[in-house]
Write a protein of this length. Structure first.
Length: 564
């Protein structure tokens, strides 16, 4: 995986610079540390080594090079990561395999061509421009998000693309045209405002088309989406995320809205951390993409029953996925798009006043606060709340909300806890568990761990002489590693040694003289304890054999050990 162009790319791109675009990081000795994007954590255990150009998370055990990071982070295959990094580093790749081009390259190209065509059509379609204007979108937003218009013709896009030399079979595969039973081809999108859906790197991968109200016969859906293709997967993509990623990262919060218009209007009035699902309900994959860079999800939904039910599902999922959720209440308007259009300041104000989801749930399910244990409906609602609390992934938060519920419902916490034990918790989605599987690391003994930390301290100081008095006490692999480090090498030929070297370097920390002295005495202590055990065994053995000589020697050695 690291031969050829990949190796050249790695030499050209600095992992620290590259990862800086993804993670806020702080220096830690010769390394940098960050909060791990791949598991849920509050204190950073994700280390990046500029010297080795590697990263490793001591929380979840994941690690690797720049490719491993991008593939994991963006959910990419190696081939795709190679393309992205080649472009970034200016390394030229040999022409893509024609078969691969058919699968991916051509699909991207066709989406792009369709987008350009529809953008051009919008310029002369007064009816469509008027509609967008009426909904409050500015020309700048329309341009920035590459919105277009699909004319209400049988096959104007198909003809445009065929004239450009594309094969109708490929255009069909790209989800842009369909065929009637009699074999007549037609454009999938007709008479619709076209919202391109960009993947998280900003490439168009599909579309959502909204019918113009004047053309809506009610026969086809108000919204039509591109079908799933090898490059378009609705359950993973978030609309607008390519633009709002940095806003989400900076604030640590993502404002989840329902559709394109909600997103665009929110973004337009300055809510730069908005995201929307594209024609599907929120999925675990969406949550995984968001929680890499945000702790909090802001959700707004209508205050009617249907709106509440839809929002509630998303909230339960986000809480189970380890995100905290706040609810943005919009009074007197239908949705975020309407709020933004009514008054540009309204949405920002509502977001600032967002409440923790549980506060809203408590009021919703137990409007009278107190629970009457003989009232079946109230008891059932109480159990729904307990179930939600039980599903929170963080024990600290779980505890917090249980206490809060006890106060709100005027019940004792222990009673609630007992009741909570009994409720059946909603299953954590398989996808989360898959992602959270902790990769078992080799278990290091206490002595090995201390040796490793001492090696790290010496490495960090660039002074190996501090280990002179304990060199003999190091375990064999640490001894070997010390030699490698002293030689100035940052890599070891033996894979096991190299893995250990990687850990030492990534975990290397600047430690005080006092700490070094403590570690050394712990090492000495540990080794004398081991020695004592060994000698006690030898004494027993000699006694059993009646070997006076050996017994005398063992006892002498035992006495000479430092006491402690
Ligand atoms: Zn991790």
């Amino acid at each position: 995986m690291t031969d050829g162009p990949a190796q050249t790319i790695k030499e050209k791109l600095d992992i620290v610079e590259f990862l800086r675009g993804y993670l806020p990081m702080t220096p830690a000795g010769k390394n940098l540390k960050a909060r791990c994007p791949f598991h849920n954590e509050k204190t950073p255990s994700f280390m990046i080594s500029p010297e080795r150009q590697t990263w490793h998370c001591f929380g979840c055990g994941l690690g690797g090079d720049i490719f491993a990071f991008l593939m994991k982070y963006e959910n990419m295959e190696f081939g795709e990561a190679l393309k992205v990094l080649a472009e970034k580093s200016g390394v030229e790749l040999k022409r893509a395999d024609p078969r691969e081009y058919k699968v991916f390259g051509l699909l991207y190209e066709l989406q792009d061509a369709a987008k350009d065509f529809w953008k051009e059509q919008l310029k002369t379609a007064k009816i469509a421009k008027d509609y967008l204007d009426e909904r409050g979108l500015t020309p700048e937003t329309i341009e920035e998000f590459e919105i277009g218009f699909a004319p209400n013709d049988q096959d104007s896009l198909a003809m445009y693309l065929i004239n450009k030399g594309y094969d109708p079979a490929d255009i069909t595969r790209a989800g842009l045209i369909g065929r009637t039973e009699r074999g007549l081809q037609y454009d999938r999108f007709r008479g619709r405002i076209m919202f391109p859906i960009h993947n998280h790197l900003g490439k168009v991968v599909g579309f959502t088309g909204r019918i113009l109200p004047q053309l809506d016969t009610g026969e086809l859906g108000k919204y039509v989406n591109s079908p799933e293709t090898p490059i378009f997967n609705k359950s993973k993509l978030l609309y607008g995320f390519w633009k709002s990623k940095s806003g989400v990262r900076e604030s640590g919060k993502a404002y989840l809205v329902e559709g394109q218009m909600d997103f665009l209007m929110s973004y337009q009035v300055g809510i730069k951390n908005a995201v929307a699902t594209s024609g599907t309900a929120l999925t675990p994959d969406h949550i995984l993409a968001l929680r890499k860079i945000a702790e909090e999800l802001l959700v707004s939904f209508d205050n009617d029953d249907a709106g509440f039910a839809a929002g509630e599902r998303a909230i339960d999922l986000a809480e189970a996925g380890g995100m905290q959720v706040r609810i943005v209440s919009l009074e007197g308007v239908k949705d975020p798009a309407e709020a933004a259009q009514k008054d540009p300041k309204l949405l920002g104000e509502a977001i600032a006043k967002a409440e923790p989801a549980f506060k809203v749930f408590f009021r919703r399910y137990l409007p009278w606060g107190k629970v009457d244990p003989l009232n079946h409906a109230e008891l059932k609602n109480l159990r729904i709340l307990l179930n939600k609390i039980k599903s929170i992934s963080s024990p600290v938060e779980r505890d917090y909300w249980l206490k809060d519920l006890a106060t709100y419902a005027k019940m004792s916490e222990s009673t609630l806890k007992e009741e909570m034990e009994k409720v059946q918790v909603v299953q954590t989605p398989e996808r989360f568990r898959e992602e959270e599987k902790i990769i078992p690391e080799r278990k290091y003994s206490r002595g090995e761990r201390i040796s490793k930390d001492l090696l790290g301290a010496a490495y960090s100081r660039g002074d190996y002489s501090i280990l002179n008095d304990v060199e003999d006490l190091l375990d064999p692999s640490s001894k070997k590693l010390l030699k490698t480090l002293k030689s100035g090498a940052k890599k070891a030929a033996d894979p096991e040694e190299d893995a250990f070297l990687n850990l030492v370097i990534l975990e290397a920390a600047d430690v005080s003289d006092g700490e070094i002295a403590d570690m050394k005495s712990a090492l000495k202590d540990g080794s004398s304890k081991t020695k004592r055990l060994e000698l006690t065994e030898r004494v027993k053995e000699a006694e059993a054999k009646g070997d006076e000589e050996a017994l005398k020697k063992a006892i002498e050695e035992l006495r000479s050990l430092p006491q402690g």
